[in-house]
Design a protein around this ligand. Structure first.
Ligand code: ATP
Ligand code: MG
Ligand code: MG
Ligand code: MG
Length: 454
């Protein structure tokens, strides 16, 4: 039985006999013995291993072990006299799995994130990317426990779909292709048009119209031909959908949801968050505490525009009622004015998707965006249009053919109810949580216009 290194730091006792498996981070040869730092990905901290000359085949073992070597070590835990960890492992037996030649790119020196992106197959072995993956896992776990505790049903919405939910025209098409024959890109999906989903929302609405409270959590795809630090062509989205819910209930749920995730990660990944706070962004811990403990700001779009017009600076994109908020505006509001997340509601109907509920003014819709410091938009949501006639009119206004979404319209014919939901960009959440500045560094294999081979 092997023990994960994280467990050793949590419960390991002197004299306990253990076997660990992992990759050597460093080797330090002294006169009387040799120290190895071993990491198995379970924790940020490396386990210090002591090799003494009495170890069988000591000289040979030393020659073969270098940075990157994969090994198993068995021995007894001993109290550590040095600073830092309180326990270390005295090796009695070493098994070599894979040696690691000197051209291994992850030698001790620090590498830039740009370089690490070119070796996405190895970068999870670094402290930063390892911590990102553990925090990402904790966020995903928190998402499921939050919804499960509240009785939401997890539904699986399709990846291949016939609709452009957002109407933004950022679609990838799906084409069946026999690689043994000459390409015929017109063949499409068995004679029909099909796309990779940009959002699971419309199908989540279907499920909410039967199960009341549901959520979907899966990959979404957008042909974003831009190279920003917050957009990927493939990203994960969490989308709850609630029947019998209005815009206020939607905001309340989204705020409680973000608070829950931050609290969960603070409790479950303290070392990793501490690491991000020390190495990446010194506001990581205070931001997390702030999210858990203070209420989010709440303003309407019209109020947001007024605040932006009064700002003490010129924005690159001028502000006036009717324009969509750009990331510079979003960040100004959250980062500088509110200094915490702020929920902006009731956007002009002309800049939002057809499915959002038309307000009484006829000018705005019951939309909400949650803007986060450093990131900008992290959540986009709305109360959905449940009135069949209004929905058809909105589709026509936006140049859509209502027949294409006949099934979606039927939800309004057969037992329609007020309902609402939102979409959280999972990678933007992980960015916000860790302080990582580029979205490509919070997903194992980033897909962007410039993405590589993986
Ligand atoms: P943005 O204005 O930043 O382009 P959006 O309004 O187009 O975002 P929505 O359609 O509202 O995005 O999607 C819901 C959420 O998904 C967003 O709030 C954001 O967190 C996330 N998101 C959207 N596009 C991307 C992307 N290309 N890469 C990563 N996350 C994204
Ligand atoms: Mg967008
Ligand atoms: Mg937006
Ligand atoms: Mg949006």
């Amino acid at each position: 039985m092997t023990t994960r290194i994280k467990e050793i730091f949590q419960t390991g006792q002197p004299d306990q006999s253990v076997t660990v498996q992992g990759w050597v981070r460093t080797k330090r040869e002294l006169k009387e013995f040799t120290f190895l730092e071993v990491n198995d990905g379970s924790s940020l901290a490396n386990l210090q291993v002591i090799l003494e000359p009495t170890l069988p085949d000591y000289e040979n073992v030393l020659k073969t072990i270098s940075t990157g070597t994969a090994i198993a070590v068995s021995g007894n835990l001993v109290p550590s006299p040095g600073k830092g960890q309180n326990i270390e492992l005295k090796a009695a037996e070493i098994t070599l799995y894979g040696d690691c030649p000197a051209d291994y790119p992850l030698q001790k020196k620090r590498h830039s994130f740009e370089f690490l992106r070119t070796i996405a197959h190895l970068r999870a072995r670094t402290n930063t990317l390892g911590a990102v993956m553990r925090v990402r896992n904790a966020c995903a776990t928190a998402i499921h426990t939050f919804f499960q505790e509240k009785g939401f049903i997890w539904v699986h919405t399709p990846i291949i779909t016939a609709n452009d939910c957002e109407g933004a025209g950022e679609l990838f098409t799906v084409t069946s292709l026999d690689l043994k024959k000459p390409a015929n890109f017109a063949e499409d999906f068995f004679g029909k048009r099909a796309y990779l989903t940009v959002s699971g929302q419309l199908q989540a609405e279907v499920m909410a119209m039967a199960l009341s409270n549901v959520y979907t959590f899966g990959p979404t795809f957008r042909a974003e031909n831009s190279n920003t630090s917050r957009h990927l062509a493939e990203f994960w989205m969490v989308e709850p959908e609630m029947a019998f819910c209005d815009l206020e209930g939607d905001q309340d749920l989204a705020e409680a949801f973000l608070k829950y995730i931050f609290k969960f990660v603070l409790e479950n990944c303290p070392e990793d968050l501490q690491f991000f706070n020390e190495r990446i962004d010194k506001t990581v811990l205070s931001t997390a505490e702030n999210i858990v403990n203070s209420e989010f700001g709440r303003i309407t779009y019209s109020e947001a525009i007024e605040l932006l017009e009064k700002a003490d600076r010129q924005f690159e994109f001028p502000v006036e009622w009717g324009v969509d908020l750009q990331s510079e505006h979003e960040r100004y509001l959250a980062e500088e004015l509110f200094k915490k997340p702020v929920i902006v509601t009731n956007y002009p109907k002309t800049i939002k998707a057809f499915y959002m509920r038309l307000d009484d003014s006829n000018k705005t819709v019951s939309a909400m965006d949650i803007l986060a410091p450093k990131i900008g938009e992290i959540i986009g949501g709305s109360q959905r249009e449940e009135r069949l006639d209004v929905l058809i009119q909105r589709m026509q206004e936006q140049g859509m053919n209502p027949d294409d979404l006949w099934w979606y319209l039927e939800l309004r014919r057969y037992g329609s109810v007020p309902h609402a939901g939102f979409g959280l960009g999972f990678e933007r959440l992980v960015q916000f949580m860790t302080g990582m500045t580029n979205i490509r560094d919070v997903i194992p294999f980033p897909r962007t216009p410039l993405s590589a081979d993986f």
